[in-house]
Design a protein around this ligand. Structure first.
Ligand SMILES: [Cu+2]
Length: 138
């Protein structure tokens, strides 16, 4: 009986895991900046150098159009994660670099699973967290 419940748990776990990876890219950082509409203004994320590769120092630039309330802070956090996988905390500090611009440097590690789908979440406030999902190249 114990073994039986364990298998059920395992099946649920595997199922939950695979459903978490159904996330798909909504941004192509190799081609150019990605833009998201949030709360009446746009947030643009640009990652360079291109193509965007693992284990290379990357510069993350964020530009807001319009008067976003986020512009009152001197720095913002960009959280890097893999959809459906626990990869450890990887957050890039973006410093204010102009009226509506923030930039910071970080590294995206290479996942041992071979997956390349990453998600950058801009932590503006508890209710405002625009995300950009993209594939990183080798
Ligand atoms: Cu991973």
């Amino acid at each position: 009986m114990l073994l039986y419940s364990f298998s059920i748990f395992l099946v649920l776990f595997l199922f939950g895991c695979s459903s978490g990876t159904e996330a798909t890219a909504d941004c192509d950082p190799h081609a150019g900046p990605c833009t998201k509409e949030v709360d009446g203004y746009t947030v643009t994320l640009d990652i360079s150098p291109k193509p965007v590769r693992h284990m290379k120092e990357l510069t993350f630039g964020v530009v807001f159009s319009g008067g976003s309330p986020a512009l009152f802070s001197d720095s913002l956090l960009l959280d890097l994660s893999m959809p459906g996988m626990e990869m450890g905390k990887n957050q890039v500090v973006l410093k204010k670099a102009g009226d509506n611009r923030y930039t910071g440097k970080g590294i995206i590690v290479k996942c041992l699973s071979g997956r390349t789908l990453w998600r950058a979440t801009l932590l503006i406030s508890e209710t405002l967290e625009p995300t950009f999902t993209f594939n990183v190249r080798d």
